[in-house]
Design a protein around this ligand. Structure first.
Ligand code: KIV
Length: 281
């Protein structure tokens, strides 16, 4: 981070000054170091780690233990970053006290500054209790990947007037309940724009158009550390996966040819000759 660590009120001020907020996901020590050195405003330990790091088909297999493990690594890599950690699937739906306890674990054990919770109406009660426990909460509306089976796939949400109106009402209610930031994923740009101007809290978009108060991208999408198609809303700024393969291919070729390790990578000792050692064995 170039400047001092932002606080929840710092994000409101950024919105007031119309300064865009930059959020990126990170899941490990070097990723967090890179995000911090690049000077992003928020590092999100997203449960997208289930897909991009652990190779699962969706985020629903990610556990509290996974989130804590990865949040700790991110905190070590970015000691002064504002870190938000995702509440994983079901961690907010097994009773209020369990939800507050889980949110608290991400803060106390994971080292996060805030938690992100997917969903509208069905998450209100848990979100309110977590806010009341003085834990800063980021909301998440639109495409909520933990509900992918209910939503019938990774599709643009709130495409008709009725569902867009529901999203607006849910966003307003979440703000009333006390969240300090809202992520909107995969919704029409006009809705992202409306909600951003309607709420006083910052709205961070991912596939929600250019008028949001900030943007978030998944680390592996933006750096090209993956195979397969990118979602329409993502932009790839580097293509690191082919370079990773090339690097490993070069290493493999040199091991096979005997070029690696060379004298530069080996240790020499002046203290003994191998012939003398033979006498001792
Ligand atoms: O898990 C995640 O990475 C997220 C972002 C896509 C917002 O929730």
């Amino acid at each position: 981070m170039g400047e001092d660590k932002l606080t929840t009120t710092g994000f409101f001020r950024k919105k007031e000054r119309q300064e865009k907020i930059v959020m990126v996901t990170a899941y490990d020590f070097p990723g967090a170091q890179a995000a911090a050195q690049a000077g992003v405003d928020v590092v999100l330990v997203g449960d997208s780690l289930g897909m991009v790091v652990l190779g699962y088909e969706s985020t629903v297999l990610v556990t509290m233990e996974d989130m804590i493990h990865h949040s700790k690594a991110v905190r070590r890599g970015a000691p002064s970053a504002f870190i938000v950690a995702d509440m994983p699937f079901l961690s907010c739906h097994l009773g209020i006290s369990e939800s507050v306890k889980n949110a608290g674990r991400l803060i106390q054990e994971g080292g996060a500054d805030a938690v992100k919770i997917e969903g509208g109406r069905t998450s209100f009660a848990a979100i309110e209790a977590i806010c009341n426990a003085q834990i800063p909460v980021v909301g998440h509306l639109g495409l909520t990947p933990q509900s992918v089976y209910q939503l019938g796939g990774y599709k643009v949400q709130s495409k008709d007037e009725q569902s867009a109106a529901t999203t607006i009402k849910e966003a307003r209610r979440l703000q009333e309940i006390g969240i300090f930031m809202l992520v909107m994923e995969c919704v029409p740009a006009a809705l992202g724009s409306f909600v951003s101007s309607d709420l006083h809290i910052p709205v961070i978009g991912i596939g929600a158009g250019q008028d949001c108060d900030g943007q978030v991208l998944v680390f592996h999408d933006l750096l090209g550390i993956k195979t397969g198609d990118l979602p329409k809303f993502a932009k790839q700024y580097q293509q690191l996966f082919p370079e990773m393969v090339t690097g490993i291919e070069s290493y493999a070729a040199e091991v096979r040819s005997g070029a690696f390790p060379s004298k530069e990578q080996q240790y020499e000792v002046a203290g003994y000759e191998i012939q003398d050692l033979m006498k001792l064995t």
